[in-house]
Each structure stands twice: as C-alpha cells, then as structure tokens.
Design a protein around this ligand. Structure first.
Ligand code: DAH
Length: 335
C-alpha cells in the first residue's frame, strides 16, 4: 500500500520543522531566545504538537511511523537546545576568564616603587635575628602606669634613677613610657618562665635634642628567664646578635647601673671614630623576680634594651638622629 497524501504532508512538515529548528537554535545568541524557541517548537501550542494534532487523518499503520519520527525530532530539538546552552555558558565563562585575568607577575602601573623607612627596616632586622634565636615578639602600651614603668622595675617613688628618665606625665600615675622595660613585667605577670621575648616599640623622654638624642625614639627590649642563666649567656647572646647585625665591628662592654639588673652593663660600638652607647643590659635583679612572685633561687635571666635609631645610625653611618624624622626624600631615597 502506498503512503497517503496526508502521510507525505506530515512527513514533509516534520522535515521542514527540523530544518528550521536547527537553524534557529544555531543562530540563537542568548539563553532567553533558547527558552522562547523551546516554547514555540515543543510547547503545548507549539509547532510540533500542531503537526501531531493532524495524526487522526492517518491510517493505523501510518500513525506509529509519524509518532516515532516526531519523538525522534523532539529528542533532537531538546538535545540541540541543551548543547547550544552549554556552548553559550562556556563562551561567557571563557570571556570572563580572559577579561578578569590577573597577572601577578606584571609590572605595576603608576605605583612608584617604595621602600621601608630605615628605622622600620632596622627594627625588622633586629626582630628577625632574635626570632632566629628562638625569641617571640611582645607588645606593650605606650601610655604606661607609674607601677610598670618604674616601681615594678625596682625604681621606687623617690629613687634617684627616676631622674635619669624624666618623662611626660599624663596624670599622677600615668605617663608616656620612658623605655620598653615595662613589657618585661607585663609579660612575666601573664607568662610563667621559662620565656624568651623581645618587645619593639616607641618610647618618650624629656631629653634635649642633639645629634644622638630625641625625645621620641625606638627601643627593642630583650628578656630571657630560665633556670641556670648567667652573665655568659647574656654576653653570648648580645655578641651573637651584634655580629649578625653589624658584622665585625669593635664592641665594648662597660659596667653600668640599672635598678632592675645586677650586674648591669652598657654596650658601646664604634661610630664616627668614637664609642656610641647602643644598649643597656644585665642580669635581672632578684628583687624584680621576687616582686613577680618568682623564686630567684630557681629562676634567673638577663635583659637588654637597645636603641633602634642608634643601631640604624651606626649601620648606615648616619651623622645625626634628626635626619631619621624629617622625611626628607633626598635622605630617605638612599636606603
Ligand atoms: N631600659 C633601659 C633604658 O632605657 C635600658 C635597659 C637596660 C634595658 C638594662 C634592659 C636592661 O632590659 O636590662 O635606659
């Protein structure tokens, strides 16, 4: 039996629908168009159901043939829509990847290459060396109490040593710290020994300004408390540190006095053909340990406080401390 005209017509309509679906899907440029196409082609009132609604005109043998053909076409259209959508998403993603690409190795544009201020760099180098020796870094407040800045460091109310560090008082009992040594007390109050810390920071004194003095300057405090520490550990640590920081530079240990250390010493290095004091140090006075409730028969330790500006000046041959604060680019750009 030859195919009926109706059968041929429907076959032709399906072929036409296929051709035009393929070209429209291929041409679609966004997801909304694809959605729209799905409705027009396959939706309830779409083109494919419109063709299928004419199936009643077919004979019983023709109907399944057209039905099968229509099902295949439906699958084909669905899969084309899916592929096209995936392609669009990939294209959008690729475009975004290209647009948002960040080349971290590219040279910066419009940002001048800067560098550390010599004082910051000096502090960082000092901290690095002590960290290498097993010390950790602590901080303390710049506004201190009389107790931490003086009393707990064995400098009672009317002790003459207070005159060596006359300072700026904010009230009867609060002041700008004259040194970083109060961090020793604050640390030991909270951390039982053994301990090894350094504490970098800014300090304040009512000093006259000259080539080696400034009323605001920087120190790094060093503290090690353990069982069996003696002066040879102090000297060994200080010498190892100085050697790493300065290389081979003449160093002098000089007996000195600090109320919170016994014995005490000052360390001088050569600067512009003379000795320059760069740090104070000593064995922590048993009275300080006792004040913290630590048994001086068991615990001993050493401490040091060094002047960052002076370390910087000696290392770079800087003639005047004031150059470090004037922000003169002709000076700063040399580092
Ligand atoms: N705090 C002292 C000062 O600023 C320096 C100093 C001396 C610190 C001896 C210490 C030390 O830790 O043991 O003059």
């Amino acid at each position: 039996m030859s195919a009926s005209t109706n059968f041929q017509q429907l076959t032709y309509q399906l072929e036409a629908l296929e051709a035009h679906a393929v070209s429209q899907i291929t041409d679609a440029s966004d997801a909304a168009t694809l959605d729209h196409l799905r409705v027009i082609l396959l939706g309830k009132k779409g083109e494919l159901p419109a063709i299928l609604s004419q199936m009643s005109k077919l004979s019983e043998t023709e109907r399944p043939l057209i039905g099968q053909r229509a099902n295949l076409l439906k699958e084909e259209i669905n899969s084309l829509l899916k592929k096209r959508l995936l392609l669009m998403k990939t294209a959008v993603m690729n475009e975004r990847i290209t647009r948002e690409k960040l080349d971290v190795t590219a040279p910066s544009i419009g940002i001048l290459s800067g560098h550390r201020h010599p004082l910051i760099k000096t502090t960082e180098d000092i901290v690095d060396i002590f960290c290498g020796l097993g010390y950790s870094v602590e901080e303390g407040p710049e506004i201190e109490t009389d107790y931490y800045n003086f009393t707990a460091l064995n400098i009672p109310q009317h002790h003459p040593a207070r005159d060596m560090q006359d300072t700026f008082y904010l009230s009867e009992s609060s002041l700008l710290r004259t040194h970083t040594s109060p961090v020793q007390i604050r640390h030991l109050e909270k951390n039982p020994p053994p301990t090894r810390i350094i504490a970098p920071g800014r300090v304040y004194r009512r000093d006259g300004v000259d080539a080696t003095h400034s009323p605001v300057f920087h120190q790094v405090e060093v503290l090690a408390i353990d069982e069996g520490l003696d002066f040879s550990h102090l000297r060994g640590t200080v010498m190892a540190f100085l050697k790493q920081f300065f290389g081979d530079l003449p160093v002098r240990f000089r007996a000195s006095y600090f109320p919170f250390t016994e014995p005490s010493a000052e360390v001088d290095v050569q600067w512009r053909d003379r000795w320059l004091e760069v740090m104070g140090c000593g064995m922590v006075d048993p009275a300080v340990l006792e004040g913290l409730g630590l048994d001086p028969e068991r615990w001993s330790g050493f401490a040091a406080g060094l002047g960052v500006e002076r370390f910087c000046m000696v290392r770079h041959g800087i003639d005047d401390i004031r150059r470090l604060y004037t922000s003169d680019l002709r000076f700063l750009q040399q580092f």
